[in-house]
Design a protein around this ligand. Structure first.
Ligand SMILES: Cc1cc2nc3c(=O)[nH]c(=O)nc-3n(C[C@H](O)[C@H](O)[C@H](O)COP(=O)(O)O)c2cc1C
Length: 455
């Protein structure tokens, strides 16, 4: 009897234009206009594809961030970027195997538009599209869409659930073999192969059918990002990949068990959902080289930007009354649960290394609250292996500190180490994103006589 193939990690690259580090745009190697530079993205996608990454991921906000102008005007985050689906469409023609995943918010979009665009991308890319189904994180999007205030958390997820129900319903509008395009008989499609959704719900009314044929993957892969109970309820039903942001092994394992438990409650097997925590690696051939890379990035970070980001990740604390060169304060007001955890981490960091507010801000803001791991390829691979084998991750969404250098370091030093350990592929298993992720192609609910999912 032959052994079962070894379970391997799935890897995504989070393609924040100039990189994950808040000062990445100032790095000497950086393409400062990366957000609107197609050659830059083509290089990233092709390099990730050569390394056999599962997917490239583009996040999205449909607004310019709100922050004090002095900080905003010194940061490259979400101020001058391509619209992600337009960019992925262009990338689909300069790549052939890597998955193409983008955020499209369920808060400020129409489901018909989203269904149509991702279906088109799936055709263009021959089965490599993925939709990151989010509820908008930034309230600043609301006034761009005729609303004075953002939807509250619960309503956002109720809307997201109905939205996903409609999008998947529209993707089933046609049987796989609907379009006979028979020149002889003059029949373009088989009438029985067309299914009209006729959806009327709390938030949306969508008749259908979709004016795009069923796609190579049946449905583009559905991704979700977040961590709340509301998010998990939607994910249990729809998500096939989860992006999350735990900072410790324990937090990652707790989240992993919980969300897979939610999926099991919907009779889904654990391997139909891949959990990819974010990981921001800073790789050096030696510890000293890695530490020097961190120091260099910190030296490029303007203190005003660092304080603004620290304020945001701590839930909106106003630091204007604090001396930036005094010891890190231990009397900050409590805000949200998540930020309390970040605050405790900040205090611990300050205490253990005797740091000032400026030093904590530079350290924590640099990574924008993400899980940074600094070290040699072996140390980083050890950490990834521990999380993967320890039931905390099915792979990782890699957030290079800066492009292209941070990605090149990971690709040239860490990927070969993972491959040597048999933890990562040396060749793509399939041609579609689903095949590479090991996810089944969904059947069409009308063909399989399934009842459309109730809202
Ligand atoms: C890894 C990750 C990526 C995200 N990407 C986006 C994004 O591109 N656009 C967006 O509006 N929100 C994004 N979000 C925010 C989530 O959609 C969500 O609004 C936020 O996590 C709060 O919801 P929660 O309470 O369910 O976690 C992301 C969250 C995570 C963890």
């Amino acid at each position: 009897m032959t052994d079962a193939p070894k379970r391997q990690m799935k890897l995504g690259v989070f393609a924040n234009p100039t990189g994950n580090h808040v000062a990445s745009w100032r790095h000497p190697d950086a393409q400062a206009d990366a957000g609107v530079n197609f050659a830059h993205y083509a290089e990233i996608a092709q390099s990730a594809e050569r390394a056999k990454f599962d997917m490239i991921f583009l996040s999205d906000n449909i607004c310019v961030r709100e922050a004090k102008m002095e900080a905003l005007s010194r940061s490259a985050q979400y101020v001058a970027n391509f619209e992600p689906l337009t960019l992925l469409s262009a990338l689909s023609v300069v790549t052939s195997r890597i998955g193409l995943v983008a955020t499209a918010s369920t808060s400020y979009n129409e489901p018909y538009h989203v269904a149509r665009k991702f279906a088109s991308l799936d055709h263009l890319s021959q089965g490599r599209a993925g939709w990151n189904l989010v509820t908008s994180a930034l309230g600043a999007e609301a006034p761009n869409f005729g609303r004075e205030t953002h939807f509250d958390h619960r309503e956002r997820y109720l809307r997201a659930h109905e939205f996903a129900t409609i999008v998947t319903g529209l993707w089933d509008s046609w049987d796989d073999d609907a379009f006979v395009r028979d020149k002889e008989s003059g029949r373009f499609f088989t009438p029985d192969a067309l299914h009209t959704l006729n959806h009327k719900g709390e938030f949306f009314s969508v008749k259908g059918p979709l004016n795009v044929a069923r796609t190579p993957q049946g449905w583009p892969v559905i991704v979700q990002a977040g961590g709340s109970e509301d998010m998990m309820a939607v994910a249990a039903e729809f998500a096939e990949v989860i992006f999350c942001a735990p900072l410790t092994f324990e937090a990652a394992r707790t989240f992993y068990d919980k969300i897979k438990g939610h999926a099991a409650s919907r009779s889904r097997s654990a391997d139909t959902m891949k959990i990819l925590p974010g990981l921001a690696p800073i790789v050096g051939r030696t510890d000293a080289e890695a530490a020097e890379k961190v120091r260099h990035l910190e030296s490029l970070t303007h203190p005003v930007v660092a304080l603004e980001i620290l304020s945001t990740i701590l839930g909106g604390i106003d630091f204007s009354g604090y001396d930036i060169d005094a010891p890190f304060p231990d009397d900050l007001p409590a805000t949200t649960n998540a930020s309390q955890y970040v605050y405790a981490s900040a205090q611990e960091l300050a205490r253990s290394e005797n740091l000032t507010l400026r030093e904590v801000a530079l350290r924590m803001a640099g990574a924008r609250g993400k899980n940074v791991v600094t070290g040699t390829p072996k140390q980083i691979a050890d950490m990834m292996e521990e999380w993967f084998e320890g039931g905390a991750a099915d792979g990782f969404n890699i957030l290079p500190s800066h492009f292209p250098g941070g990605l090149n370091d990971f690709v040239e030093m860490v990927v070969p180490e993972l491959q040597r350990r048999g933890l990562f592929r040396t060749e793509y298993e399939g041609t579609t994103l689903r095949e590479n992720l090991g996810l089944a192609r969904p059947g069409n609910r009308y063909v399989e006589q399934l009842t459309p999912i109730a809202v």
